[in-house]
Design a protein around this ligand. Structure first.
Ligand code: 4AD
Ligand code: MG
Length: 481
């Protein structure tokens, strides 16, 4: 007999028919009621056993975490909170789960504890919901770009250039550490390494993405990226996934419009397609926030927050305007910021970003035209302003509770300007000759951005630590599983 997924059974009306259920035992109560989950739904199905007809020893094995294969009759449930249940006819244990040793018991576990047993945390309702939402967001991202005629490009994970400047890189090598080949002058001889030169894990697919955009028009990448920064925060991972669209003939405004559309599209998709999961996560967050003082709790619950984000245009302003707001803000005046804003040119820290978003505008914000000196070499240079200040056509999108979720720019398409900037920033032009060719042959205005996928999942699920929205987080001193 074929198995039916629990999600389908919970919606079924074919009462009286025989069904087959496979799943894991969540709880077994009163020697009678088994709550079973197979991952297809957050909800369990209840299977009722008549203990008179089953071997005592077999029923003892119905422990939390055990997997079972059940056949029985689908019946209307008399119990509260469920519409259907199954009356068990045959019961087989597929895999035992020793109740003494299984670390997940039917009670609330802390997220910190669950992080230590990340191989088992999929089995909790919270992580079931988080990873369902993560999947839906990934799917919606592809759907969005596909519907707009974008081409999905797989940019390399191992790269031979280390010039993006986005962060520290992880070296990729097959050299023998105990016997490193040296050149005559004593340096490591990378000619003997696997690729015959130094290579790293990519920090971004952008530069290769630009090459593709200069022929295919509108492209995007969606893949893992790596940063060896020693940032132990709730928003940084050493391995994270990034969505990077790159569009020919787009200027900074087109770029911002696309990014705002994308964010709203995928958030709406999650609201429309993950209502059970989001409802669960909303309640989880309300529960968690009960332990916080009133003034630290969110003003909106998770679902209201997501809807609010859909219903309001993101606030767009320049870096210079933002600095003015921050300079005269209360926390700056009262010296409550860790990094005080003294004047133009300062890099914004997450405390400043969050002030703008959460306290000042109370909605997502797009900051544009940052000082050239705090941004990457490839961003398009603006004419210096009346005071001689140099800015670039950058845009960062800042989200409540998250800070920077998107970073992007219009690109410098003028070869001379680009070369001059690379020299100023000590970016080796020789190594990036292939990149510069796009500016030599049919250069065209273009723009793009990077959306940090885990930061998006963090926002939509209302989780508070980025380690809890990727199955197996990689952070400094941690690469378990
Ligand atoms: O601002 P970033 O560094 O931009 C780039 O890499 C550009 N090449 C993107 C582009 O224009 N194509 O990173 C983009 C986004 C950030 O806004 C943030 O959401 C996320 O990637 N991000 C991280 N997410 C998790 N952990 C980290 N360590 C991250 N660093 C950046
Ligand atoms: Mg950035």
């Amino acid at each position: 007999m074929k198995r039916t997924k629990i999600k389908d059974l919970l919606n079924a009306t074919s009462f009286g028919t025989e069904v087959r259920i496979m799943g894991w035992v969540k709880t077994f109560r009163n020697n009678q009621f088994i709550a079973i989950n197979d991952g297809s739904s957050l909800q369990n199905i209840q299977a009722v056993v008549d203990f008179n007809h089953f071997d005592e020893a077999l029923l003892k094995r119905l422990t939390t975490g055990a997997s079972v294969d059940i056949q029985g009759q689908l019946v209307e449930s008399l119990g509260k909170g469920q519409r259907v249940e199954a009356k068990v006819n045959t019961l087989k244990i597929l895999g035992d789960s020793d109740a003494e040793k299984f670390p997940l018991q039917p009670k609330k576990h802390s997220l910190e504890f669950l992080r230590e047993i990340a191989h088992l945390r999929f089995r909790t309702n919270t992580f079931n919901a988080v990873f369902k939402v993560r999947h839906a967001l990934a799917y919606a991202i592809h759907q969005f770009f596909n519907s707009k005629g974008f081409t999905y490009i797989h940019t390399p994970i191992i790269t031979g250039s280390d010039a993006e400047g986005a962060g520290e890189m992880f070296r990729v090598t097959t050299l023998d550490f105990d016997n490193v080949p040296r050149t005559e002058s004593g340096e490591v001889n990378f000619k003997e390494d696997f690729f015959g030169k130094p290579t790293n894990l990519t920090v971004s697919g952008q530069l290769e993405g630009e090459l593709a955009a200069m022929a295919l028009g509108d492209i995007y990448t969606f893949g893992p990226t790596f940063r060896a920064e020693n940032s132990n925060t709730t928003r940084h991972l050493a391995e994270f996934w990034m969505i990077e669209p790159e569009m020919a003939f787009y200027d900074l405004n087109d770029n911002m419009d696309l990014a705002e559309d994308l964010l709203k599209y995928v958030i709406k998709y999650a609201l429309d397609n993950c209502s059970d999961e989001l409802e669960f996560l909303k309640n989880r967050l309300l529960d968690e926030e009960k332990q916080k003082p009133q003034n630290e709790r969110s003003e909106l619950d998770l679902i209201s927050k997501l809807n609010f984000c859909l219903d309001n245009a993101f606030e767009r302003l320049t870096y210079t305007e933002a600095i003015d707001i921050l300079k005269s803000s209360k926390p700056n005046q009262k010296k409550q910021f860790k990094y005080l804003i003294e004047g133009w040119g300062a890099d914004l820290q997450s405390e400043h970003e969050r002030y703008l978003v959460e306290k000042h505008f109370k909605k997502p914000v797009i900051l544009t035209n940052y000082p050239a000196d705090i941004k990457a070499f490839y961003m398009r240079q603006n004419e210096p302003d009346a005071e001689g200040r140099r800015t670039v056509r950058a845009m960062d999108i800042l989200f409540p509770g998250i800070g920077e979720i998107v970073g992007g720019s219009q690109r410098e398409e003028r070869l001379e300007k680009l070369l001059q900037r690379m020299e100023e920033m000590h970016v080796p032009a020789q190594e990036l000759n292939w990149y510069l060719d796009t500016r030599r042959f049919g250069s065209a205005p273009h723009a793009g951005f990077g959306l940090g996928f885990e930061r998006l999942v963090l926002f939509v699920t209302g989780m508070t630590n980025i380690r809890d929205v990727i199955p197996f987080p990689r952070t400094p001193k941690n690469a378990e599983f």
